[in-house]
Design a protein around this ligand. Structure first.
Ligand SMILES: [Zn+2]
Length: 127
């Protein structure tokens, strides 16, 4: 069992002694590993968030590990807080549009649709 890490421990000693360049050793080691193994190593070391920062689709800030996170309707990452803000924005925009429509009366499209539906109804009653 002592032999199992014989080469690993010796390589680390040689790095400590300055006889092996740690960066060259790392590069060689990463080349030796498959791309999947490198990914697995990064995930194991919890480096992926630092390596590939994820931005909030709402506020464009980087979402850190400690942030509460969720996905929007398109599956894009968002802060939970921003999700709450977005819901409020949507509700407010909807309320403003309803208010606007109440003040303006029916839009030309709505009126046209109503006229069309009335005519359709008349046509149906005739035939
Ligand atoms: Zn955000």
């Amino acid at each position: 069992m002592d032999n199992a890490r014989k080469y690993t421990n010796r390589l680390l000693e040689l790095c400590d002694d300055g006889l092996v360049d740690p960066k060259s050793l790392l590069e060689s080691s990463l080349q030796w590993l498959s791309e999947d193994a490198v990914q697995g190593l990064c995930e194991r070391l919890e480096l992926t968030r630092m390596m590939f920062p994820v931005k909030c689709s709402y506020c464009d800030q980087i979402i850190s590990d400690s942030d509460d996170e969720q996905e929007d309707d398109d599956g894009d990452p968002m802060h939970s807080e921003c999700w709450h803000d977005l819901e409020q924005d949507i509700a407010q925009a909807k309320a403003e549009r309803e208010e606007y429509e109440r003040e303006q009366g029916p839009s030309p499209e709505q009126e046209a649709r109503e006229v069309f539906n009335d005519k359709l109804e008349m046509y149906r009653n005739e035939y």
